[in-house]
Design a protein around this ligand. Sequence first.
Ligand code: R5P
Length: 280
Amino acid sequence: MAEKLGAEVLPIEHKTFPDGESYVRFDGSVRGETVVIVQSAYPPQDKHLFELCLMADAAKDLGAERVVAVVPYMAYARQDKRFMPGEAVSIRTVGKLLRAAGVDKLITVDIHSDEALRNLSSELEVANLTAIPLLARYMAEDKGLSGAFALAPDRGALDLAEEASKVLGGGFGWLYKHRDRMTGEVRVEERRLDISGRTVIIFDDMISTGGTVVAAAELLKKQGASRVYAACTHPLLVRDALKRIMASGCDGVVGTDSVPSSVSVVSIAGLLARELRNEL
Ligand code: R5P
C-alpha cells in the first residue's frame, strides 16, 4: 500500500510481555502527519484491537494530526445486535473504543452486515470497501471459471453473490441458512437451484469454522453441480476448517490477504490504496 501511495513506512516495535501485556513504539516521528495504521483484527482479535488502540492513542499523543485505521477484517461485526437479552452489542463497543483511542476514520473491507456498519458509523467515520469484484475477477481470469454461477450461502451474502455475478456473468442465487445459537451448528434448507452440471462458486464475507461452506457445498453436489468453489474476503479458517471444506467435495477455496492463510491469494492493497489516496 505504501509503495502504491508513495508513502513513508514507519516501523513499529511491538512485543508481548511475559504476563501477556502488549507494548508498541513508533520508531520515528509522527508529529503533524496523517498516520495510517494498518491492523487487521483476525485472531487473536482482542490483542490486535488493543494494539490498534495503543497505536492510535500514542500517535495522537505524539502529535499526529489525523489517524486513519485500516482494519481489513473487522472482528466482532457478527455481534451487531442484542440477539438475546443482556448481551453486549460488541461491534458498537469496538467503535467507541476506537473513537476514544483517537481514530478519526476507519477503513474496512466487506464488513459482515449493514447493521455492524451502522453501529460503527454512529461512533466514527467509516468507509466499507468490497473485495468481491477482485475475488470474482481472480476466479474468472486466473482459475478460468468465467460463466460460473455465484451462490450466497445465506440471505446476508446475497449482495456479494450479485456483485460477483456481474463479473462472472453466470447468474446468482442464494440459500437459507439456520445456525443454532447455542451449538453453532449450521443447517442449509433444501432449495432447488438450476445448477445441474454447472460450476458454482460460493461467495461469503468470511469463512470461520467452515460450517456454512460445508453445508452449502454438500447441497450443491447433491443437486448435481459439477464443480464447487468457495471464495471469501476473510479466510479465518479456524481449526481444521479447510480440511473439512475440501472433504465436503469442494474443489478449492480462495480468499484475500485481509487475513493471512494458505488461501490468501488475492491482494487488497490496491483497493485500500485507492481509498487512502483521498486521505493523503
Ligand atoms: C455469517 O452469516 C457469515 O456471513 C458467514 O457465513 C459465517 O460467519 C461463516 O462462518 P462459518 O465458517 O463458521 O460457518
